[in-house]
Design a binder for this molecule. Structure first.
Ligand code: MN
Length: 283
């Protein structure tokens, strides 16, 4: 199932280029009282939501995808976890060089670990990216994002995918400079998620997905998630050895080579096998 959020907070099922409006399924969510529960309520109640979505789908109104404003498919993640550069260099490079880069990259990941992006940076494809420090370089990073489906701590690698609700495409926008990553990557609109949440049963193995990003039609990044140094299971095991993961937490898995600058007026197009395509305006 491909769930999306659009316009003023409506819930949709994406089928091809058509969105079916199933906003009524949000009625199954339990009312919230203070203190708010940890995690994103929709993802925490996803089985019940999906059941209601399936019931509403037949009688739902629909509209073309091109006519809506896409929001982040996850509205309220408790945290946005992100990996630093996490891809093997392309295969055409010399084996010795690849081994060197592999060791260096693993070393980088071990040293950096994972970092967090502010949840207030999260937007959907239709909201676009705004650059706040135009005198400095601002880069795109396309990444596979795993959406955590249920609470877990010290999750073993072999069971990690059982904790994934689904997958989306992410843009980890980055201001270049000397400050901590958590500051440079947390500006408003600097985490883009979309176009939809593809539930996990449609992507049994998140390794093997081609991804590509272009700016104004010019190719910038192209890779396959099989070349992730630490794959989704390893990242979940690593992250959950430090902190509890909650339903709706987002795991940005790192970007391949080819990051480059964007400026106001650019259009970023990000695509990934089995997930889809999203166009994101930069302003
Ligand atoms: Mn990144």
């Amino acid at each position: 199932m491909r769930l999306c959020r659009f316009d003023d907070g409506r819930l949709g099922v994406l089928e091809g280029e058509v969105i079916h409006d199933v906003t009524g399924a949000l009625d199954v969510l339990p009312p919230c009282a203070y203190p708010l529960p940890q995690g994103d309520p929709l993802i925490a109640n996803l089985p019940a939501v999906r059941e209601r979505v399936a019931a509403l789908r037949g009688g739902s109104s629909h509209c073309p995808l091109s006519q809506v404003k896409l929001l982040s498919p996850v509205a309220s993640p408790g945290k946005i976890v992100a990996a630093p550069v996490n891809y093997r260099r392309h295969l055409e490079e010399a084996r010795a060089d690849a081994q060197l880069n592999y060791d260096k990259a693993i070393d980088d990941i071990q040293r950096t670990g994972l970092f967090l992006k502010a949840t207030s940076s999260l937007v959907g494809a239709g909201e676009g990216v705004r650059l706040w420090h135009r005198d400095r370089r601002n880069d795109h990073e396309i990444e596979l994002v795993a959406v955590i489906g249920r609470v877990g701590r010290d999750i073993p690698r072999a069971r990690a995918l059982e904790y994934v609700a689904g997958y989306s495409i992410g843009l980890d926008m980055t201001l270049r400079g000397p400050e901590e990553r958590s500051l440079r990557k947390s500006a408003d609109t600097f985490s883009v998620l979309g176009p939809c949440l593809v539930t996990a049963e449609e992507i049994v193995n998140p390794a093997g997905l081609n991804l590509r990003l272009s700016v104004n039609g010019q190719p910038r990044q192209a890779a396959n998630t099989r070349d992730l140094l630490l794959g989704v299971p390893e990242l979940i095991a690593f992250a959950s050895s430090f902190y509890t993961l909650y339903a709706g937490d987002l795991l940005f898995t790192g970007t391949p080579e080819g990051v480059g600058p964007v400026v106001p007026g650019d259009e970023i197009v990000a695509e990934m096998d089995r997930i889809g395509r999203m166009a994101v305006r930069v302003r």
